[in-house]
Design a protein around this ligand. Structure first.
Ligand code: GLU
Length: 492
């Protein structure tokens, strides 16, 4: 870890992604990370990763690794963070614990905060008698001697901020505009808990200030706490960062209504979406557009193109709906833009799922699939028939457009079998030429030969690729076996 390797560009934005390691990476968290990255990078600035683990009870083992892995796969490279270091560390809250208390003590000395010795029992009683719950400020003006006596007796205490009792606090959010709250509605918030740990509200302000964060981007559930944060910035005389609160990400319900995106709408975690066959680039592109729109109607953006085009004016305050169909469409665009070799590489786990290590030529599979697949997980069901001939009904041989019936299909199949048995080399052109000249000889449409041939070879009504490609993929022996099976079915 080379702590001095990275130097912040002066005067440029500094943003931070501050996840709590409490589970997997949800679409909403990922969008926050993307916008933080984009605000930093579109202004040539610094993107910091900070792990907020002061709520030890909520920590889920392994989630820090998921955070690193997600940022890496998504290409959201952080300039500073626990794993890469930086001048403003440590970047894990639990390693910063010594830093918070002195700031709280400073406010106590300046008369802007106080020690509160109230017991849990007393607090439970008073909070019931106060509208909306809260604290009755019992310890706000304790005499000095009383405080000293309680401290000498080792009485546990918390440190609370003295909130103004009159006036109002207004702050400006880049997305939501000006928001005002009456100070009388704000309880004297706890800064340091009786176990010595800072509250989240206190720690995030101290961290954002001491880490030089210029833009705070977070979910709109934090809007209500922001006035409290600002009163802390004011108490210290620190500059208030710019705020960008993001609306919820919603999911579409079956009845057409929308509600907060959750598992029942589909995959909501980054890793789940990858496992479901979406490409990281497509996921990032799609999520970036969930609540942000460019000035034109362009939709396909790489991460660096997003950084070039991003500006906070394009963020909307109306909740956006996660549309899986749209994501699939976008994913298909990315798949088709790949080289065949790239496609084969990303499709490999899905090819393996069907054939194991073996199976037909993969370049050949790619040639029939790349234009048709939108989500990679569709692959197994699209090509499962190649691994095993499904049981099928002879009705499949009947097709109006190809002029095939239960009567002429066996005739066609017999001719195809005979021709294929005599075919010299087994490749696309040879199979093609052979089937076409067969149709000519029999004086029927090409389709009249191709349709029964494809049905017998696949046992499937809709296949990627036609008879020629399927024959080629199956090889001579398996093709003939299947053609004969089909013929026997028709004759039986
Ligand atoms: N640790 C908080 C969370 O994961 C971060 C909130 C913030 O960005 O300040 O929700």
């Amino acid at each position: 870890m080379n702590k001095l390797a990275y130097k912040r560009p002066e005067g440029a934005p500094v943003t931070r992604f501050a996840p709590s390691p409490t589970g997997f990476m949800h679409v909403g968290n990922l969008r926050t990370a993307i916008y933080e990255y984009l605000v930093a990078k579109s202004g040539g600035g610094t993107f910091v990763l900070r792990i907020e683990d002061t709520d030890q009870e909520r920590i889920v083992e392994g989630s820090v690794e998921v955070i690193y892995k997600t940022l890496k796969t998504a290409g959201l490279v952080h300039d500073e963070g626990p794993d890469v270091g930086g001048e403003y560390g440590p970047y894990v809250q639990s390693e910063r614990l010594d830093m918070y208390r002195p700031y709280a003590e400073q406010l106590v000395r300046e008369g802007k905060a106080y020690r509160c010795f109230c017991t849990k029992e007393r607090l439970a009683e008073v909070s019931e008698s106060i509208v909306g719950g809260g604290y009755d400020r019992h310890c706000r003006d304790l005499p000095e001697e009383e405080i000293q006596r309680l401290l000498d007796a080792g009485t546990p205490y918390v440190i609370r901020q003295k909130m103004p009792t009159e006036g109002s606090t207004t702050f400006s959010d880049l997305v939501y505009g000006d928001i005002t709250v009456e100070n009388s509605e704000l309880a004297d918030q706890i800064l340091i808990k009786s176990d010595g740990y800072p509250t989240y509200n206190f720690a995030n302000v101290v961290d954002d200030h001491t880490m030089g964060v210029t833009h705070v981007i977070r979910g709109s559930e934090y809007l209500a706490s922001t006035p409290k944060y600002n009163l802390l910035y004011d108490a210290f005389g620190w500059e208030i960062p710019k705020y960008i609160h993001l609306p919820l990400v919603m999911g579409k319900n079956e009845d057409g209504s929308v509600s907060k995106l959750s598992k029942r709408h589909g995959s909501t975690g980054f890793e789940d979406l990858i496992a479901a066959g979406y490409l990281p680039e497509a996921i990032i592109n799609y999520i970036a557009l969930l609540g942000w729109a460019p000035r034109d109607n362009r939709e396909i953006f790489s991460l660096s193109e997003l950084a070039e085009n991003f500006d906070t004016d394009g963020i909307s305050k109306s909740p956006s709906v996660f549309d899986y169909d749209k994501l699939s469409w976008m994913n298909g665009e990315y798949l088709r833009a790949m080289s065949p070799e790239e496609f084969t590489a990303v499709a490999a786990p899905f090819y393996d799922e069907v054939f194991g290590e073996q199976g037909p030529d993969r370049a050949l599979l790619t040639s029939i699939l790349q234009q048709r697949v939108t989500v990679l997980s569709q692959i197994p069901s699209m090509i499962g028939f190649l691994a095993e001939l499904p049981d099928y009904d002879t009705d499949l041989f009947v097709n109006k457009k190809s002029k095939t019936t239960l009567e002429n299909s066996p005739v066609m199949l017999r001719a195809v079998i005979e021709a294929m048995e005599q075919l010299g080399s087994w490749d696309h052109d040879a199979i093609h030429d052979c089937l076409i000249s067969l149709a000519e000889r029999l004086e029927v449409k090409n389709g009249t030969v191709m349709w029964p041939a494809r049905i017998a070879a696949s046992g499937t009504a809709v296949t990627p690729g036609g008879a020629i490609e399927i024959f080629e993929l199956l090889g001579r022996e398996e093709t003939l076996r299947r053609l004969k099976t089909g013929l026997a079915k028709l004759e039986g």
